[in-house]
Design a protein around this ligand. Structure first.
Ligand code: SAM
Ligand code: SF4
Length: 370
């Protein structure tokens, strides 16, 4: 871990072997040094600030069938819902009053023009409510360039589209080979979004069946090559009745997806190692402490915030719909309301001596310096 003693004020990325060392197994003292260094780098760019974005999961309809996902088209369990425009705008109004300056509209992938027109119209109305005091982030999956442009013109600022993995062969195993799940198409979407002027977030899942440390090192190199502004990284968590969960059980010789305490500890540690290493390679991007980390350990998000993350994204989806947006088992905050989530997040951030930034746009320095 010679890399850890470098001056990280320069944006010098780590070498391949340094990345592999950082994300690999090592004595606890070296992991601790990695996490502390990542926290120092984060503080040198963002101080003790933690930026806040609220997520509205406005629909769980999806035309895609990603093998890992609990709301995939063929999943029998979720009752499908669509929030009305009035309900979405009401939630945005509430968030704005509570001084959320980032609002993420997320859904399954429905690429019809009607859906895109609906989101564009909602954005225009939302802008009238909030003026330029809010950054709007979309996470609607793969659309055409014209549709991305339409949404940008309608008031979107940021777009979140995870690559899921940098390895096209692994991607192929995680998705049906039906011509609608194509790694290269997704990569071209990310590139289009960057080229169009969106602030772009991407990310991957860690701990996927068949994923190697080399894949994860490639993921980190991919983020740098793509010139990404924000990174959202989370553990893969198996969900019942999905093909990837079957692969996960087969890899372990098990017949249940229930996570043991050891599973959770390993998944969390591997994800935090990735997150800290990403921070060392990208001092000026925004990195989210994602909800999935809290599914593994109650203070998983706080750990991430002390190891390189600087963004939290509490869920604002009305309580009635939360249980139907169950991407993975034991998704946290299902029974909480938006205001409970906000109070809880504020307490959690304070508990580690950082400050939740109400009313701050929280643009990534990587974007504002472009
Ligand atoms: N449909 C859009 C898309 O796929 O880009 C946005 C919504 S999708 C539910 C958001 C993210 O959920 C995906 O990019 C994926 O990384 C994550 N996700 C889905 N299933 C998951 C699982 N079982 N464990 C962890 N994350 C999961
Ligand atoms: Fe649909 Fe997104 Fe889930 Fe894939 S990850 S099935 S696109 S909601």
């Amino acid at each position: 871990l010679g890399a850890l003693s470098r001056q990280f004020s320069t944006q010098m990325p780590l070498s391949r072997s340094e990345i592999l060392k950082c994300i690999g197994d090592k004595p606890i003292s070296e992991d601790k040094a990695l996490f502390e260094r990542a926290n120092d780098v984060t503080k040198s760019v963002y101080g003790n600030k933690v930026f806040l974005r609220g997520i509205i999961e406005f629909s769980n309809h999806c035309a895609k069938n990603c093998n890992y996902c609990g709301i995939r088209r063929d999943h029998p369990d979720p009752e499908r819902y669509e929030m009305s425009q009035d309900d979405i705008l009401e939630t945005i109004k509430w968030a704005h009053e509570k001084r959320y300056a980032g609002i993420l509209l997320q859904s399954g992938e429905v690429g019809t023009q009607d859906r895109v027109d609906f989101v564009a119209d909602t954005l225009k109305k939302a802008r009238k409510l909030t003026g330029d005091k809010v950054r709007y982030i979309l996470s609607l999956g793969e659309l055409t360039d014209d549709q991305y442009y339409q949404l940008l013109q309608a008031g979107a600022d940021r777009y979140l589209l995870r690559m899921e993995t940098s390895n096209p062969a692994l991607y192929a195993k995680l998705h049906p080979q039906d011509g609608h799940h194509d790694w290269l198409k997704r990569l071209n979407c990310v590139k289009s979004l960057v080229g169009m002027g969106y602030q772009v977030a991407t990310g991957v899942m860690t701990g996927l069946p068949g994923q190697t440390k080399d894949d994860l090192a490639d993921d980190i190199e991919m983020f740098n090559e793509l010139g990404i502004d924000m990174i959202g990284l989370g553990p893969y968590i198996p969900q019942v009745k999905t093909p990837t969960a079957d692969a996960w059980m087969a890899e372990r010789g098990r017949d249940s997806i229930e996570l043991t305490a050891d599973d959770k500890a390993k998944m969390l540690l591997d994800t935090i190692r990735m997150l800290a290493t990403i921070r060392l390679c990208n001092p000026d991007v925004n990195i989210a402490a994602t909800t999935a980390l809290q599914a593994l350990k109650d203070d998983g998000r706080e750990w991430a915030l002390e190891s390189g993350a600087n963004v939290v994204m509490p869920i604002l989806t009305p309580k009635t719909f939360r249980a139907e947006y169950q991407l993975y088992q034991n998704k946290p905050c299902i029974d909480d309301s938006a205001s409970e989530c906000m109070g809880c997040m504020d307490r959690r951030v304070r508990s580690i001596g950082k400050t939740l930034c109400f009313g701050e746009l929280g643009d990534p320095k990587h974007f504002t310096d472009r």
